[in-house]
Design a protein around this ligand. Structure first.
Ligand SMILES: [Zn+2]
Length: 121
């Protein structure tokens, strides 16, 4: 897989009520069609498949890791990392989105796209 996102993008900066309701759009890394997602479709980076996690960590440079006991915690842009996997309705490609997502400061929520992984052709 390769990361086809050229520049990180802030998608959201606001309060919690809006954060859970909002729907965001990104362009499919393969065909450019809009893909929509919301916070309910995002999962903690810790739940990502181990091989995919390794690929993401080698492709996206500014991820910070911190080991506490048996667990490695990852952050990017000062936010916990989440991911989503969605199949593009235009081309059928599975897009793996990597996001800084969560509470940045008390009561201030942010979503930053830092990567968009698509399969190598
Ligand atoms: Zn597509």
């Amino acid at each position: 897989m390769k990361n086809c996102l050229k520049k990180k993008r802030n998608l959201f900066d606001g309060d919690q009520d809006q954060f859970v309701l909002e729907v965001w759009k990104i362009d499919c890394g393969n065909c450019g069609q809009k893909i929509q997602f919301g916070v309910s479709e995002c999962e903690s980076f810790m739940n990502l498949d181990a091989d995919l996690k390794k690929t993401v960590l080698s492709e996206i440079k500014n991820i910070e890791s911190k080991i506490l006991g048996d667990t490695t915690f990852y952050k990017v842009e000062g936010l916990p990392i989440s991911f989503f996997q969605k199949v593009c309705s235009g081309c059928g490609t599975t897009n793996l989105g990597i996001l800084g997502l969560g509470e940045y400061q008390p009561a201030r929520y942010m979503v930053v796209v830092v990567g968009l992984m698509v399969p190598d052709l």
